[in-house]
Design a protein around this ligand. Structure first.
Ligand SMILES: CC(C)(COP(=O)(O)OP(=O)(O)OC[C@H]1O[C@@H](n2cnc3c(N)ncnc32)[C@H](O)[C@@H]1OP(=O)(O)O)[C@@H](O)C(=O)NCCC(=O)NCCS
Length: 151
């Protein structure tokens, strides 16, 4: 069973573990196992780094629990941008990201929303009704693919 809820600062260590595993193991198409790209991407995903995101009132941070453990993390900001959406490898393809994205879209409410996708997640967002919104941007040595959706 999947349960999406608001995250709390106490969740930061578990969120950090999910983010590091998701990026390292699932996003190889993006970082191409380049140590510099991976190090730069993971730099702010430590428990301390994740903990700091809670201090920013512009961020709404969610976690999806599956079978009682944190399986994915998501966040969006007051600019209506989805800034985080990562599932743990052991919970992949079990409907977790779909449930988390649906919860974020519902919380955002009607209007345009944006995100910068990984190469890995592009087909996932396209299947969820998101559209390409311009050329790739270089983020921390990794490309981000701008997308938008009218919610
Ligand atoms: C691609 C990814 C986002 C999908 O998330 P997930 O939680 O594993 O997937 P879900 O179970 O929610 O399934 C969503 C969709 O993935 C696709 N999918 C499901 N099982 C699949 C499989 N075995 N193989 C390929 N695609 C599959 C389907 O399109 C599915 O939608 P459907 O159920 O309507 O057919 C995720 O696996 C991933 O790689 N995340 C890495 C982190 C990342 O790049 N995040 C984005 C940051 S912008």
């Amino acid at each position: 069973m999947i349960n999406v809820r608001r995250a709390a600062p106490e969740d930061a260590p578990a969120m950090s573990a999910v983010l590091i595993a998701s990026i390292t193991e699932l996003c190889a198409a993006d970082h191409r196992d380049d140590p510099a790209a991976l190090a730069s991407w993971l730099a702010n995903k430590t428990p301390e780094g994740v903990g700091q995101w809670f201090a920013n009132p512009a961020n709404t941070i969610l976690v999806a629990e599956r079978d009682g453990e944190i399986a994915a993390c998501g966040a969006f900001n007051t600019d209506r941008m989805i800034i985080l959406n990562y599932v743990a490898p052991n919970h992949r393809f079990r409907g977790v990201s779909k449930a988390l994205l649906a919860a974020m879209e519902a919380a955002l409410g009607p209007g345009e929303a944006t995100l910068d996708s990984t190469l890995t997640a592009r087909p996932f967002y396209l299947a969820a009704g998101w559209q390409e919104a311009g050329p790739a941007k270089i983020y921390r040595l990794v490309d981000g693919y701008p997308m938008r959706k009218l919610l």
